[in-house]
Design a protein around this ligand. Structure first.
Ligand SMILES: [Zn+2]
Length: 60
């Protein structure tokens, strides 16, 4: 089952939906998206935010 993360579920106005085969891959793609489109470097994301991101991941 694929995993999906909708950026707007994290409180943004961003329409991006990120899909991947598993959570590890999804987190990698999400980090790339955050850096490229939101100017947030992955290393500056606090653990509490990572928890919110993981909680927002849905099975598709
Ligand atoms: Zn986004």
């Amino acid at each position: 089952m694929a995993k999906v993360l909708r950026c707007r579920d994290l409180g943004t106005n961003c329409p991006k939906e990120i899909r991947a085969e598993n959570e590890e891959e999804l987190m990698k793609l999400a980090a790339e998206h955050a850096e490229k489109d939101h100017g947030i470097s992955a290393s500056s994301i606090p653990p509490s935010m990572l928890g919110l991101v993981k909680a927002a991941i849905k099975d598709e």
